[in-house]
Ligand binder design. Structure first.
Ligand code: ADP
Ligand code: ZN
Length: 735
């Protein structure tokens, strides 16, 4: 069955005449008018080339001209490109995102056309088909080539030679003889059709009921939001695959959004097992050629399923009918640079504009989503048990005050004992510490000096394997000095606190026989390295896994039964409004790695405050009570989702300049009911990449149009060139 998306149901739009407005993918707030040349056919959404100043730039026709500038002063559109016009719903989405994030529409448009070469004609390569002419001299090798080519498919010289098992020369001989005729074919690999009729795994009763609800939402072909709330290992993926199948059966395109880090070949393999082929992929590591292929495939309806990171949301789908946001609570969905948008929230908007359903999947839903489900704005479907024999792991806290590690060590004797038991039983143990490197701080014993990044307000992190001190914010690095840079004392620098490398050192001392692997972005460069190490863990080639958050997500290690969290309190240190929620989510995810198959799992949280609400919730498994408490706490002080927030960061290479601009902004801030402007105050990262940073926080009631307030404040603002003012609506980072 072909899942090619029909484009004929989209009626051809009226051609635009006279003038058109064209949006250009630069930081420009609105489209500019251009003349339509007499011999050019343009539609809303056409990709065009237009002159701007001395340049010719790519743009998209946004609609009829605004008429703001007289016709005779307008320049004509230079060229129209042979690409399906940008769908109306995507143009409305671009405008919506620009409005919500208080960003220039042109900057948002850039997100939608970020695919090199996508707008150029497809490159062709030469392939060959069989003619009626046969060579005068027929050898057995030539006959084999003819036999292969007889099916009528076009193949390159290489392909023919390989399939026939002959040399390239034999094939070339047949070309010279006129037996093979050259034809031009696109260089791109076509998108295979997912096998939607193929049955997936047989679902449990609870899973089947959940899948039916999701499929029902797809069949309704209208906007709805469903939270798929299931414990880790409950089969959420298998369940939402049924919704994907339902959408594909209706010839709709599907987008599955994953946090970038979870986009592994493990996931793609699972998709392939269910649907018989790999989906199209979209993420930041995709080579340019592949970006072009996916972008075009999506625009032309040839690619029916995309699995991608947040930016996939801006692909030009011609008939999108379902979005699934997996791990919807994940902070990686928030884009922090440039246009700061939250891909989960914007996905809901995209579904609403396109009038189709969206599924938000998580074992630890965000408070925002949980509240919406509670209020009945979102539908909620629950999976309460793990699939098959697997049971949820038992979670226990280790009170580090009562059972402290030995001097100079980081693992409590309780945890060490449990690790020994697991290893004894031939099982795997994992130690989780969300800190790269060897030690987060290097201190001089003589003078107390702490080694900081020269460009950021951050300590340098020691990376012992690389023998350097590195800044995790700007990438600065330097060799570890022999003497204290401040007092000159030799042999006086000490490493303070642990990172994963230091834990590995301790493990090697305690368990010299165990095979240990560190999983952190430092020792794994690129997706292939990740795959390799995850495959090795699955194949039980490691006994102890020591990892940062990379190991927290999505992986299924059947032999892993013990998880030790080295510092469960770590995330609570930064006191932002989501610190508790995020620590809970992260640790719950990590805990979810344990005991996913027959053998039950156990999780130990090393904590200096086991009485803290987050630890209690993890140990007791009472998630909903925890969320409820968090919700009430935020409601009391009017924080999201019970109020609105926007962050504004003013930065400049010169501290005095940044302060002057921020003070001036404070003076001109408008006054409005139910809006408080806090600041300017030095940001927690008061210095970043050599720029001084000051922060404002705008706090507003839930019914306040915070965007209108920000426009009123910032639209007329003139700042010197070196000063940057960046706005973040619904901030997740308060650094
Ligand atoms: P979750 O996403 O909720 O953590 P998964 O969908 O990853 O759970 O499922 C956990 C494991 O159980 C996977 O290996 C999955 O293939 C398997 N699984 C889940 N449901 C079924 C089922 N009905 N039949 C067979 N295997 C299943
Ligand atoms: Zn730095």
């Amino acid at each position: 069955m072909s899942t090619e998306i029909s484009t004929d149901r989209v009626a051809a739009p009226e051609a635009l005449t006279g003038t058109v407005s064209v949006l250009i993918p630069l930081a420009l707030p609105k489209p500019y008018d251009y003349k339509v040349p007499a011999d050019m056919e343009l539609h809303a959404g056409s990709y065009v080339v237009v002159p701007l100043g001395t340049q010719e730039l790519l743009g998209v026709v946004w609609g009829p001209g605004s008429g703001e500038v007289g016709h005779n002063r307008l320049k004509p559109v230079a060229e129209v490109l042979d690409v399906p016009p940008m769908p109306e719903v995507l143009r409305r989405f671009v405008d919506w995102v620009a409005g919500y994030t208080v960003s220039p529409a042109g900057s948002v448009l850039r997100l939608a056309i970020r695919a090199p070469g996508a707008l150029e004609p497809a490159r062709m390569r030469t392939a060959y088909i069989l003619s009626d002419a046969r060579p005068q001299r027929m050898t057995p090798a030539r006959a084999r080539v003819v036999e292969v080519a007889e099916d009528g498919f076009a193949r390159t010289v290489r392909e023919l030679a390989e399939e026939a098992g002959v040399s390239d020369g034999v094939v070339r001989g047949l070309v010279d003889a006129g037996t093979l005729l050259p034809v031009d074919i696109p260089t791109e690999v076509p998108f295979p059709d997912p096998l939607v009729e193929q049955k997936g795994v047989s679902l449990s009763e609870e899973q089947a009921a959940a899948a039916a609800r999701l499929a029902g939402a797809v069949e309704a072909e209208k906007f709805s939001v469903t939270l798929l709330d299931g414990v880790t290992g409950s089969g959420k993926t298998e369940v939402y695959f049924e919704a994907v199948a339902a959408a594909l059966k209706r010839k709709k395109q599907v987008l599955i959004l994953l946090p970038e880090i979870a986009l592994t070949s493990q996931f793609l393999d699972r998709f392939e097992r269910r649907f018989g082929c790999r989906p199209a992929e979209w993420h930041s590591d995709l080579p340019g050629r592949e970006r072009r292929r996916v972008w075009r495939g999506v625009a032309e309806g040839r690619a029916s399923v995309v699995v991608g990171a947040r930016s996939a949301l801006f692909l030009p789908f011609c008939d999108l009918g379902l979005i699934v946001v997996d791990e919807e609570h994940d902070a990686a969905f928030k884009q922090e640079d440039g246009v700061t948008y939250h891909a989960r929230d914007m996905s809901v908007v995209r579904a609403s504009l396109g009038q189709f359903p969206i599924v938000l999947s998580s074992a630890t839903p965000s408070l925002e989503t949980a509240v919406n489900a509670e209020l009945g704005k979102y539908d909620a479907v629950r999976l309460s048990s793990r699939h098959g024999e697997a049971v949820l792991p038992q979670v226990m806290a280790i009170d580090m005050r009562a059972d402290p590690p030995e001097r100079g060590r980081w693992l409590s004797p309780v945890l060490v004992r449990e690790m020994a038991k697991a290893l004894e039983a031939g099982e795997q143990a994992m130690l989780f510490l969300n800190r790269r490197g060897y030690a987060p701080l290097t201190l001089c014993r003589t003078c107390g000096h702490r080694i900081e990044c020269p460009q950021c307000s951050a300590w340098l992190v020691e990376h012992r394997f690389r023998r350097e001190l590195a800044c995790h914010h700007c990438g600065y690095s330097a060799p570890v000095p022999k003497a204290c840079p401040s007092c000159g004392a030799e042999e006086s620098l000490v490493a303070c606190g642990p990172g994963v490398e230091r834990i590995a050192e301790e493990v090697a001392e305690i368990f010299p026989e165990a095979r240990t692997v560190i999983v952190s972005s430092d020792n794994l460069r690129g997706p292939a390295a990740h795959e390799e190490v995850f495959a090795a863990i699955e194949a039980r080639e490691a006994d102890i896994v020591i990892g940062t958050q990379i190991v927290a997500k999505g992986h299924h290690f059947p032999w892993l039964t013990l998880v030790g969290v080295v510092d469960a309190d770590l995330g609570l240190e930064n006191g932002d409004l989501r610190a508790g929620e995020r620590t809970y989510q992260l640790l719950q995810q990590v805990a979810g790695r344990a005991g996913r198959a027959e053998r039950p799992g156990r999780v130990f949280l090393q904590s200096f405050m086991p009485e803290h609400g987050v630890m209690c919730a993890l140990v007791s498994g009472r998630r909903d009570e925890f969320l409820e408490r968090e919700a009430r706490a935020r409601e009391r002080v009017g924080l999201p989702p019970y109020g609105r927030l926007a962050g504004i960061v003013v930065s400049a290479p010169d501290a005095g300049l940044a302060q002057r601009v921020a003070r001036e902004m404070a003076r001109t801030a408008p006054r409005a009911d139910d809006v408080t402007v806090l600041g300017p105050a030095p940001a927690p990262m008061a210095l970043l990449r050599g720029r001084t940073r000051l922060r404002f926080l705008v706090k507003a009631g839930r019914n306040v149009n915070i965007q209108a307030f920000l426009h009123a404040w910032l639209d007329g603002l003139k700042v010197p060139n070196q000063v940057r003012v960046s706005v973040d609506v619904d901030p997740y980072s308060f650094m």
